[in-house]
Ligand binder design. Sequence first.
Ligand SMILES: Cc1cc2nc3c(=O)[nH]c(=O)nc-3n(C[C@H](O)[C@H](O)[C@H](O)COP(=O)(O)OP(=O)(O)OC[C@H]3O[C@@H](n4cnc5c(N)ncnc54)[C@H](O)[C@@H]3O)c2cc1C
Length: 266
Amino acid sequence: MYPDEFEYHSADSVESAVSLLAENPEAELIAGGHSLLPTMKSGLASPDALVDISGVDGLEGVERDGDSTRIGAMTTYAEVADDDQFWEDATVVAETAGEIGDRQVRNRGTVGGNIAHADPASDLPGAMLAADATVHVHGPDGGVEVPHEDGDTASGYVKKPSPSSGYAMVGVAARLTLDGDSVADARVAANGVMDHGTRLSGAEDALEDETLDADAVEAAGAAAGDDLDEYMVMEDQQASAEFRLQLLSVYTERALEKVGERAGAL
Ligand SMILES: Cc1cc2nc3c(=O)[nH]c(=O)nc-3n(C[C@H](O)[C@H](O)[C@H](O)COP(=O)(O)OP(=O)(O)OC[C@H]3O[C@@H](n4cnc5c(N)ncnc54)[C@H](O)[C@@H]3O)c2cc1C
């Protein structure tokens, strides 16, 4: 299908993007176009105008600053996943970026677009929650700031991908900080289960101050869905809510096993 007619504007700075949006209240920003264009072509969205931010200086790339890394909104997933230092500093974000879609999607889709679009099955929202990332909006220094992991911290991501698109039917991101054998801090988050990326406080509570062993991992998997509103769990042609909650338990365990092995605890 073809999209409805629209005006096209190209922004060369954040300020010009902001003023073009103010002048065209029905306009949408376009970044990688990998979510917006399909929705326009299928008639689900028909903005009057597009404001293209691909030419805005300073929005692309990864920049390290002390104990965190800033990712520009226009940075592609491939740039993040192919950055070896990112695997050292914030494994869960690099690993998740490398799991998105296929090579074509990773070469085009942007970190800013993924977070702004916030599809329930998107991979990055859960990873950003687990990594304790900060999203900065507006301004030439805008982007996503990801704190670096210290020597006692390990992280990772696993997902059950949709066989057709690669989107997460269920994805679980985890970051654990250990104090000796026990878990001093746990951040566990999921994609694809609710209508937005969600922290799994049931799993986090089951882990904190516990020795990180197989029993703790099993208990965290069993508690993964405890604090979720069961009436809000996603249900579609791919999986019932009940099956999604089973997947959530299994994939929480798998994420924690991966992180535990990386931490040398399992
Ligand atoms: C075949 C296929 C498979 C895919 N598989 C996956 C997958 O496995 N996992 C996954 O997570 N995603 C997947 N995607 C989606 C892909 O990751 C998109 O790239 C992403 O959802 C949107 O990023 P984008 O840069 O393409 O944004 P666009 O499509 O350009 O924009 C999406 C929305 O975000 C807004 N937006 C974009 N940038 C900004 C910004 N900087 N500030 C504010 N608003 C902004 C736009 O106005 C628009 O409303 C897939 C897409 C395709 C086509």
